[in-house]
Every structure is written in structure tokens, then in C-alpha cells.
Design a protein around this ligand. Sequence first.
Ligand code: NAD
Length: 291
Amino acid sequence: MKIIDGKKVSIEVLDEIKSSVENRAKNSLKIPHLAAILVGDDGPSQTYVNSKIKACDRVGFKSSLFKYNDSISEQDLISEIQKVNNNDDIDGFIVQLPLPKKINQEKILSQVDPHKDVDGFHPINYGKMALGLDTFLPATPAGIIELIKRSKIQTEGKKCLVIGRSQIVGRPISILLSQSKVFGNSTVTVAHSKTINLKELCIDSDLIISAIGSPEFIKGNMIKKGSTIIDVGITRVDDSSSNKGYRIVGDVDLNSVSDSVGYITPVPGGVGPMTIAMLLQNTLKACSLSD
Ligand code: NAD
């Protein structure tokens, strides 16, 4: 079993971004500025936003956090988004998901200026992604592709199983891996909660991308020897031996697959850090495009 060290690869990407920022500063170009909109007090969402802001500091970006109480109305949130759209100093911003249930997520995401949509969730950017055009790729799938690329995992002609069909991970990564591109060209199957023969599909796959959110769901008897697994799942499970009272677990039972898997991303330290690095790369791109 070889571990794909997402933390290490993300540091490489962040260092590259940092040196681009330093070059921009030397050439008197604008310093990239990422903003985050956070609604409510969901613990994991606050942690994710804090990590994004910390990463901005690390690469020399400016960052802003706009926090709102979960009582904010949909219309007021749209007005706040318009303010960020119209703020010339902000190059890109994210609306941290999930939003409170009473707010229509699709409606909100479609209000983000596509030129500042560094999460790549606006229908225009999502459509461009599906068409294989240059755009802001959603950060998690972009991070998976970058990990595969830098780890020199072959995808061409391989049987790839994507488990999960969410708009933010499963759907876009299934599109990207099937496109006629380097580190695409896979034969992709998408499995989901209504799939009936998941174990057979797993055993038949060279590459599994798991984005379910079901702790340690994938066991050693479900995979092909030498296959690659990208574990996107992040679940907090109770753990009284940890100071926090919980630990973070992926979709894959690492102990169970260790004898048969070829390459695997750990959780934590796999896809998670790459997601943040790719968000910053999108922000650098948004800033460069407006030079
Ligand atoms: P989601 O939570 O919206 O949906 C889960 C998906 O899994 C659905 O499409 C469902 O059909 C499928 N599914 C559920 N049970 C299944 C089963 N038994 N068999 C087959 N498919 C099943 O998906 P999401 O937002 O992509 O999140 C998935 C996981 O990835 C979560 O744990 C989330 O925290 C994590 N995540 C991690 C990152 C990261 O940066 N590492 C980013 C986004 C999401």
C-alpha cells in the first residue's frame, strides 16, 4: 500500500502560489484577495473557513470573512453577495456550504459573479467544466485531478468508479475523468445510494473515487488488488480518547484494504488539503485574469 500524501502535494501547490504572489508584488501587480461568506454557526463549516483563511495568510493573499446569523433572509443574503460582486478589491469568493435549509442554495450560488466564482459552482462555470472549456474547476475535483497527476497515477483506459453523485464532488469528478484529456480518458461508472451491485463494481475497478460520507464503508474484500482509491469522505466519529471527543474518518477502512490496495489517499491528509490549495489556485487565476 502506497499512501498518496495530499498534505505534502498541497504544500507544493501552495508554495508555487506563494512564489507567484511574490512575483506579482515585485511587478506591482495586485495581491489576490479571497473572501468567504459564512451563514450560521455550523462547527465544521467554521473550521473549513478558518483553514481557508489560514491558507490565504500562508501564500500572502488578502482574505475577508463575512459572517451572518442563520436568521438572515434569502433576499438579504443576495444583497450581501451583490456587495461582494461589486467590491473591486475582491478577486474571488466562496459561499460556504451547507446553507441553512430555508435558503435556496442553487438560487444563492447563481448570484455569484461567474468571474469571482472560485468554487466553480455557478451554472455558467459548471457548464463550461462539463464542456471541457477553460473555467474555475470546483476545488475538490480539481484537487483530486492534481493529486492523480502529481502522483503519476495512470487514468487512460482505466475502469474508474465514482461513488457518490453530489454536485460538488461525485458529478464533476465523473465528468472530468471521462473527458478526452491527459489524466482523463477513464471509463467511468457513477454509483450512488440506489446502486444495487456496488461490491461487484468496486472489485471490477482500477480506480475508485469515494465521496459518500459513510465511515469506513469500503472494506478489503470489496476492491481489486493493486487498485487506487481516492477517499474523499470526511466524517466525525465519537472518540473519547481524543481531546476533541471525535476523530475524522474517511469512507475507506484503511486497515482492511491495506493488503490489497495499490495507492490510497489518507483521511485526514489526502483530498482535504488539496481542496484548499485548488481554491487558492482558482483565486490566483481570477486575480490574474483581471490584470
Ligand atoms: P453528499 O453528502 O451530498 O451525498 C452523498 C452521496 O453518496 C450521494 O450522491 C449518495 O447517493 C451517495 N451514497 C450514499 N450512500 C451510499 C451507498 N451506500 N452506496 C453508494 N452511494 C451512496 O456528497 P458530498 O457533498 O460529495 O460529500 C460526500 C463526502 O465527501 C462527505 O463525507 C463530505 O464531508 C466529503 N467531502 C470532502 C471534501 C474534501 O475536501 N475532502 C469536499 C467535499 C465533501
